[in-house]
Design a protein around this ligand. Sequence first.
Ligand code: CTP
Length: 399
Amino acid sequence: MLRNKNIIVGVTGSIAAYKSAFLVRLLVKAGANVKVVMTAAAAEFITPLTLSTLSKNPVLTDFKKNESGEWNNHVELGLWADAMIIAPASANTIAKMANGICDNLLAAVYLSVRCKVYVAPAMDLDMLKHPSTSDNLKRIASFGNGIINPGIGELASGLIGEGRMAEPEEIISFLEKEFTKHLPLSGKNVLVTAGPTYEAIDPVRFIGNHSSGKMGFAIAEELANQGATVSLICGPNQLTVVNKNIQRRDVTSAEELYNWCKILAKVYDIAILSAAVADFKPAKIANQKIKKTVADQSIQLVPTIDTLAELGKTKKKNQILVGFALETENEIENAKTKIKKKNLDFIVLNSLKDKGAGFKTDTNKISIIDKYNKITTFGLKNKSEVAKDIIAEILKPEK
Ligand code: CTP
């Protein structure tokens, strides 16, 4: 969520300034572009060198950039930012913010930015409790600034109470929530299945298929990028998850995949089942490796549980259920039958006949068939673009 976001970190004079080093490090790790502005008092607690090294950008402390008369343009900086976070925010800086006092670069940047500003106060408990500080905090909140409340604990003074700056990890998750709040899928729980399943024959062999899981992973990433909380149930694969809002559960067999989906069936808002689940499994799994000395070997197969069909049976009115179909013949007719049989809102059809579509590739070519039999066909695209098309279909207003 913080990837590629431009974030100004404002650091003011407080013993908690050391925590801003961790904050900057976590922001950079999350993929944000960070520029630090410090007050002169902050530079007494932590060196600009530490923060410029961690942020990979020069730290700004003064209007004056250098002796040749250049200056640090606070207006430009204000326009650059997607968010400004003042952490730690001292009682003094909070008072200045509440009253429009602009006697240092940080205050000028604060007054110039067009983005939302977040404030993480840090001070002694009595300073925080003082009516002037609480009035100032209320006032800056009324201007639309976000307040990240301080925690309770032992303070630098040795007193115990409220006033500790929120921990950098808490600030990061606060910011992540803020950035997802206005996204189209914010607050939605989405279940995604991906990859193949392996059905054991004996301790070393299995029945599987060529699915790589790439389509399902691309769907999960795109859903999370659009604000959803995603549970990704995936069969054996070589892929990694990037977005922190994806909770990944690795499974092997169709039965394990079903067991997770059954648990999540009551709570999902949207379920997209893209896994290439094995339709059959051996009736019995041999305890020992089957030896080749046995002539005329045959394996009796029984159907696996059809997770998509089971979810279709229990689907509530407000839940959206999407299936996939990989067909080699009578594609449209077979896909339409599956929509009805499995009680789907729509089905994503990919054909093995299309070059660049299907297993293992980074591209796919799909058609979406909805429950009213409306067919939309898309060109060959990168799987993350395909994922966007599928999500756009979900976000279409109900016909
Ligand atoms: N699916 C599932 N559990 C299974 C089999 C399939 O959840 N045991 C889901 C797949 O994830 C996909 C959809 O059902 O979303 C379609 O699977 P597919 O194998 O193409 O269709 P089937 O209904 O199994 O029919 P057939 O194999 O006869 O085409």
